[in-house]
Design a protein. Structure first.
Length: 250
């Protein structure tokens, strides 16, 4: 497993120095922007403060795959947060095509048994790309789940999906910081637990219903955190990223 994907990383190994520091591979920055040009501006502004980027559906719809390849060529790690969800054959073929590009460290699919098994099958023997099951979107509350027809609360549904991820042979989950401890307890030390909805105390919560600080998420069991607008919307994105890294290290 590459350094960027180790579930745990001692704080002293993050490389932060008094001279400005380097990236902590547990920190993932989402490039949730409409154009590649805007995304490249963020990457340029962050410089050596960030080594891991998430490309979601918005950028995917324009030039996301090409940018992923270019970022890989520049030595960055890539989280392709495309939340695949379709019939098994379609997901299997899509996962195979994505993994074949060589520009994917993490790939998300919805944590439904058929979808998970298809993605794992599509990946084949190439274990560099890790398959993550999306448990419950961090914008959803228990009331939202009830309105959607689920007969269980957030934690119960997350627990069921964690176990389905394990049964399918996938590598980890995307879950809110509030469910990170549950995922770590069930999944064990090598299970990947990627937590969006991370907001430092000095940042707005925005649309995240189940948010936590970077330190809280890591203490709960997260292997990686996704932190977006507090960094990408800051007047100085690099300084904001290093501030988050310092909180993670502390």
């Amino acid at each position: 497993m590459s350094a960027a994907l180790r579930p745990t990383l001692p704080a002293e190994d993050t490389g932060l120095s008094d001279a400005g520091g380097v990236a902590d591979p547990r920190l993932i920055i989402p490039l949730d922007l409409p154009t590649r040009a805007e995304a490249e501006e963020i990457v340029e502004a962050l410089g050596d403060a960030v080594s891991f980027y998430k490309i979601g559906l918005q950028l995917f719809a324009t030039d996301g795959m090409a940018m992923a390849r270019d970022l890989r060529a520049r030595g960055r790690s890539l989280f392709l947060d495309w939340k695949l969800h379709d019939i098994g054959t379609t997901v299997e073929k899509a996962a195979a095509a994505i993994v074949a590009t060589g520009a994917c460290d993490l790939l998300t699919v919805h944590a439904h048994p058929q979808v998970l098994k298809a993605a794992v099958k599509g990946r084949g023997g190439d274990r560099q790309a890790k398959i993550l099951g999306v448990t419950v979107l961090t914008s959803l509350t228990g009331q939202d789940l009830a309105e959607m027809g689920y007969g269980m609360g957030v934690e119960a549904l997350v627990e069921r999906r964690i176990r389905q991820v394990q049964d399918a042979g996938a590598d980890g989950v995307v879950a809110s910081p509030h469910e990170a401890a549950l995922a770590r307890r069930i999944g064990g030390p090598d299970f990947l637990v990627v937590t969006p909805g991370v907001r430092p105390d000095w940042a707005d919560k925005n649309d995240q219903a189940r948010a936590a600080t970077p330190a809280e998420a890591l203490a709960a069991g997260a292997s990686h955190i996704v932190c977006g607008r507090p960094i990408t919307a800051a007047a100085d994105p690099r300084a904001a990223a290093l501030r988050v890294v310092a909180e993670m290290r502390g």
